[in-house]
Ligand binder design. Structure first.
Ligand code: SAH
Length: 197
């Protein structure tokens, strides 16, 4: 959901996700926002990629892409970003790798239609597609929520898929808030192994 006003600290799942991605996406790099929403994560990736970098952003809702476009224009980042009204599970049709960083911020559009959410089947396919596109050393971060209908199923399926990844090819983390409710989001981070500096 929104990274808008996300406090900069370990209490923010979005901040945690950004921390991991800022280490692998630098100036001139390539990023994908799999869930553009209100556009805050797209702007974040575009700021890391810089004027010579590229960012690709996906959402299925026209309103999300309009909001994202507006926010990018306000930041002067529109030229380095390509927006697609398409499901993120199709990202390989639109983007060819290698990419440095991919962000997923699941659930519903904050301030939008809470009935339109990401869901297990397409999310799992999309994360697999993102892993195919990653360069060695590249990372995918996923902020997962269980509060919306289908959210628990999405979380379980994603965790199952991530846990089954070959440990020699991928480093896989899950971050949970230990002293918050079960409904608090989790962050899953997956790094493609094989990075040689
Ligand atoms: N990152 C955003 C918030 C994302 S909210 C921000 O910073 O504001 C989740 C978004 O995922 C919603 O806008 C929803 O339309 C989108 N979504 C749901 N299913 C999707 C799919 N299959 N492909 C791409 N986007 C999807």
């Amino acid at each position: 959901m929104a990274s808008e006003m996300a406090p900069k600290g370990l209490g923010s799942a979005v901040y945690l996700a950004h921390m991991f991605l800022s280490q692998v996406l630098g100036s001139g790099g390539t990023g994908i926002d799999a869930t553009a929403g209100n556009g805050y994560d797209t702007v974040f990736l575009a700021s890391l990629a810089g004027p010579r970098g590229r960012v690709f952003a996906f959402d299925i809702q026209p309103i999300a892409l309009q909001k994202t476009r507006l926010l990018l224009e306000q930041h002067g980042y529109a030229e380095r970003v390509q927006l697609f009204q398409a499901g993120h599970e199709e990202m390989e049709k639109f983007v060819s790798g290698p990419v440095d960083a991919v962000i997923f911020n699941l659930g519903y559009l904050p301030g939008g239609d809470h009935g339109v959410t990401s869901s297990a089947g397409t999310t799992v396919k999309a994360v697999q597609a993102a892993l195919n596109l990653l360069r060695p050393g590249g990372r995918v971060s996923i902020v997962v929520y269980t509060g919306h209908p289908g959210g628990e199923d999405e979380y379980q399926k994603l965790e199952g898929m991530a846990s089954a990844l070959d440990g020699k090819r991928f480093h896989v983390l899950k971050i949970n808030f230990l002293n918050r409710s079960q409904r608090a989001p989790s962050v899953i981070v997956i790094e493609k192994a094989g990075y040689t500096p």
